[in-house]
Design a protein around this ligand. Structure first.
Ligand code: 3HC
Length: 702
């Protein structure tokens, strides 16, 4: 047995077994590509070896190139090691399990055969990192499964499960046997003498007629220039699939390499790499090393079957976790359960789930009208109306009925966790699990720590979020926590710019041009203008200096609550969600400006963007200063997954670094002079601007 760094090689029954052993995910780190090539050379020179198996240890086959190495030198490229596999005189069988992604799948595609365990997930997710595959993946996959399927898989970057991968032709066989390695060795022995060796470098196996092919690429190009208009990588990926249908394999691979190099160090790719690691960093909770792994939540209850509660219940059911929905009256409960059924029915109609999946998910959800019915659940999430007394009542009740050790969670979006914790005799088990609407769709779960919350409670809630397929990020308790608190100033400035004469459609246009999928006013019309109304009233009552937002208040008072009332910031035709600018809004602006003597003026696009986002950057700095977030990158994760901040800009703080803290500070100071206290520069912003450091690396003062 020879050993080259993280690749092990052993001969077993005449089969050279090449094992990738590079924890945690078998990325193609230093030495892996070289190790594979060395093992192949050894085996091809060894008469005792008839064929090879390429397999990974641990949970995955291979997760692809080492993302940390991008931007730096790579002694051997994935293209080269994949080519060495394809050129092997003796057949190579890839034995896949867990994830086989990016360069991992590219190595498998270069093999002559692919067998896999049932749990395999394959894909070329490079576009989500702002790059294209560079190990021949676009050329081989297109030849293997045809341009139509390859285009969809490569441009979406999605993970493909075993049975679909088999149907598409990515896999040759699914091994039901528990011992993948043994089954792959047997497969390799059967394949040893079969010639010619199959290859994914020749003709396209599932070609399309020329006119269909042209139509396929034209339609895809059109759709991408709309949906991914800010991104280069998906269009480059498309060009590569097209190249696979018109160029020789070698020319296609050369083009792949060229486009990869063009993308590797773009701002887009750097921001997307940052976002990848920021998300993983957010999962790390200081103070938990050495503690036992948190127990999973196997059953949950939701108190309140309204829109939010129903969405959270769906998130549990979608992940196969039993969930009870508690509402006080049978009528309210029925209404809530009907909303859930209707939502699933829409998904079935759209084809995103099957009827059988809908039935399976609905079977996980049970309605109850009595607290006694939820006491045995591992976790409970309160999702009742945002009123302090009501929440305290609910928590006192939960304290009575929930089993010891259960997580007592609130979905409050702003109220101090301690207020709820104090209503119980177990404040250590109380935390926030703040979901974002629609809760079954939006990926962020902001986990909020009260002053008495045990760190184990936070760790278990984070695990729960992950098991729900959410991205968890921790915040400290304060009004609005970290996500909404950092976003509120942006929304406030937008409302105040309206008072000075900006229009919702103008601000929306600028934010969409920046990269948001929808403008904030159009989003507000969807979620309802009334949602933040109560919160503003509460803040105004608590703080005599609170700057009232007259325009949105007036809109709510006029009954313009958004799409649900046919009008909000825009007007909507019956049954149509297309927003139409509305002169009534202009009138409200004129009335307010007149009443309060606010001068009207025009705004440049830059001023609108900066005034909105700089206000939030300054607040995010205050949040960090006060220790209400563990790290700046957690706030970025919240913006990416909770608010649809354009991912190719990395996140709020990452974007701020690209503008430069001295420039931001100078502008914040000017607005401080002009608009007063709410623009007071945060000490952290001042410190970082003076030191030349980066906001994205900021952590709270120790
Ligand atoms: N490179 C470097 N580190 C990686 C990595 C990679 N490709 N994939 C995962 N990691 C690290 C993570 O940062 C994390 O490190 P940490 O513990 O220090 O935070 C650790 O591995 C575990 O990762 P996850 O927490 O994400 O583990 P999961 O089990 O939840 O998910 C996964 C596993 C689905 C493989 C996920 O990690 C993933 O999506 N990885 C990236 C896959 C990818 O994009 N591959 C393509 C790379 S580009 C490429 O191959 C180019 C080629 O064409 C030349």
């Amino acid at each position: 047995m020879s050993e080259v760094q993280s690749v092990k090689y052993a001969v077993e029954d005449g089969v050279g077994v090449i094992t990738i052993d590079n924890p945690p995910v078998n990325a193609l780190g230093p030495g892996v590509r070289e190790g594979i090539m060395q093992a192949l050379a050894n085996g091809n020179a060894d008469p005792a070896v008839r064929s090879f198996v390429l397999i990974g240890t641990g949970r995955n086959f291979m997760a692809g190139a080492d993302i940390r190495q991008f931007g730096g030198a790579r002694p051997v490229s994935t293209r080269t090691s994949a080519a060495a596999i394809a050129a092997s005189a003796k057949p190579v069988v890839a034995a896949l399990h867990g994830y086989a992604l990016g360069g991992g799948l590219e190595h498998a595609l270069a093999c002559h055969y692919r067998v896999a365990a049932r749990n395999v997930r394959v894909g070329l997710p490079e576009v989500s990192l702002g790059i294209v595959p560079a190990g021949g993946g676009t050329q081989r996959l297109t030849r293997l499964i045809g341009p139509k399927a390859a285009l969809e898989v490569i441009v979406s970057g999605r993970h493909v499960e075993a049975s679909e991968a088999l149907r598409l032709g990515i896999l040759d066989e699914i091994v039901e046997d528990a011992d993948l390695r043994a089954a792959a060795v047997q497969y390799a022995l059967r394949a040893a003498e079969v010639r010619p060796l199959p290859s994914a470098q020749g003709d396209v196996l599932k070609p399309l007629p020329a006119d269909e092919l042209a139509a396929l690429f034209e339609a895809a190009r059109k759709s991408l220039s709309r949906k991914s208009r800010h991104l280069k990588a998906p269009l480059h990926a498309l060009a590569l699939v097209e190249a696979a249908t018109s160029m020789s394999f070698d020319d296609g691979v050369a083009l792949e390499q060229k486009l990869f190099e063009e993308l590797e160090n773009t701002d887009e790719a750097k921001a997307l790499r940052y976002a990848f690691f920021a998300e993983r960093e957010a999962a790390k909770i200081p103070g938990t090393s050495g503690l036992a792994q948190p127990e999973p939540v196997r059953s949950a209850a939701i108190v309140g079957g309204g829109t939010m509660g129903g969405g959270i219940a769906m998130a549990f059911a979608d992940s196969g976790i039993e969930v009870k929905v508690l509402d006080m009256s049978q009528e309210a409960l029925e209404r809530g359960l009907k909303r859930i059924r209707d939502n699933y029915a829409v998904s079935v109609k759209r084809g995103s789930i099957t009827q059988a999946q809908m039935d399976e998910r609905l079977a996980k959800i049970r309605g109850v009208t009595d607290y006694a019915g939820i006491g045995d659940c591992d976790a409970v999430i309160e999702a009742v109306f945002e009123r302090v007394e009501l929440k305290q009542e609910v928590f006192a009740k939960l304290d009575e009925v929930m089993k010891p050790g259960a997580l007592l969670l609130t979905n409050s979006s702003a109220i101090d966790i301690d207020v709820m914790a104090k209503a119980t005799r177990r404040p250590e088990d109380v935390a926030g699990a703040h979901f974002f609407a629609p809760a079954n769709v939006m990926k962020l779960c902001e986990v909020v720590r009260g002053s008495a919350t045990r760190i184990q409670t936070i760790a278990r809630t984070m695990k729960m979020a992950r098991d729900l397929g959410k991205v968890g990020a921790v915040a400290g308790s304060c009004d609005g926590f970290a996500a909404n608190r950092s976003r509120t100033p942006m929304m406030t400035e937008m409302m105040l710019m309206l008072e000075e004469g900006a229009l919702p459609e103008q601000i929306d246009r600028i934010m969409v041009a920046f990269g948001y999928p929808m403008g904030p006013f159009a989003v507000n019309d969807m979620s309802g203008l009334d949602v933040s109304y109560e919160g503003r009233k509460r803040r105004a009552a608590a703080d005599p200096e609170y700057r009232k937002l007259h325009i949105p208040d007036r809109m709510v008072e006029m009954g313009r609550r958004g799409q649900k009332t046919g009008a909000g910031w825009y007007r909507y035709a019956e049954g149509d969600r297309t927003p139409h600018p509305d002169d009534v809004v202009k009138q409200v602006i004129a009335e307010v400006a007149n009443e309060f003597g606010i001068a009207q003026r025009t705004f440049s696009d830059d001023e609108i963007l900066q005034r909105a986002l700089f206000a939030s950057v300054n607040e995010a700095c205050r949040i960090l200063e006060e220790g209400k977030a563990y790290r700046a990158s957690d706030i970025d994760v919240m913006w990416l997954y909770g608010f649809g901040f354009p991912r190719h800009r990395g996140g709020l703080m990452y974007w701020a670094d690209s503008v430069g803290t001295p420039a931001i500070l100078a502008q914040v100071r000017q607005w401080h002079e002009r608009y007063g206290k709410r623009w007071k520069p945060s000490a952290l912003l001042e410190r970082i601007a003076a030191s030349g450091g980066r906001l994205r690396d900021a952590v709270p003062p120790q």
